[in-house]
Design a protein around this ligand. Structure first.
Ligand code: PNS
Length: 162
């Protein structure tokens, strides 16, 4: 049985993330979507909100679990007996950082490999930061995130401004 981990901040989850999640379940028997709690970046959504958003969206898949994690990703991978980490690569600009992190992770924990999935072309430009930027100016984000979370994003940004 292969168990994979797809880690990220998911602040908020986008169609790009969901595409990688969907495709990861074709190469792993079980997938843990691991939401980072203690990012250096200030997040728009709390950890509980991000976990709930993903859990609701993925509730129809019994081979996917959504969990939060803090500390080192490799420790979480070890605790969960994961065989590999999945990351999406949108463009060559992602590559250098991702290569460095995957090599670092493998040096700390030699049992773990990272598998990169190239993002589907239609989501190659997409990031959580860009979604927040567009939404903060009242732009249409329906091409980027599931309908069920659109209002949550606008509401959060509105409250942040008050
Ligand atoms: O969605 P993101 O913000 O690009 O995800 C980054 C993430 C969560 C994969 C990365 O920041 C991470 O693994 N953080 C946990 C701490 C860690 O293990 N860092 C890598 C060793 S330097």
């Amino acid at each position: 049985m292969t168990r994979a981990i797809y880690p990220g901040s998911f602040d908020p989850v986008t169609f790009g993330h969901l595409d990688i999640i969907e495709r990861s379940t074709k190469i792993a028997d079980e997938l843990i979507v691991a939401v980072l709690t203690n990012s250096a970046k200030k997040s728009l959504f709390s950890i509980d909100e991000r976990v709930k958003m993903l859990s609701d969206l993925l509730s129809g898949h019994d081979n996917i679990r959504v969990e939060s994690f803090g500390g080192l990703l490799v420790d979480f991978a070890k605790e969960n007996d994961a065989s590999f980490i999945v990351r999406g690569l949108r463009a060559v600009t992602d590559f250098e950082y991702e290569l460095q992190i995957s090599q670092m992770n493998r040096t700390i924990y030699s049992e773990i490999d990272t598998i990169f999935l190239t993002t589907s072309l239609e989501y190659a430009y997409l990031s959580s930061s860009i979604v927040k930027e567009v939404a903060s100016y009242g732009g249409d984000i329906s091409h980027f995130v599931p309908e069920s979370i659109i209002d949550m994003i606008y509401d959060k940004l509105r409250k942040q401004r008050i």
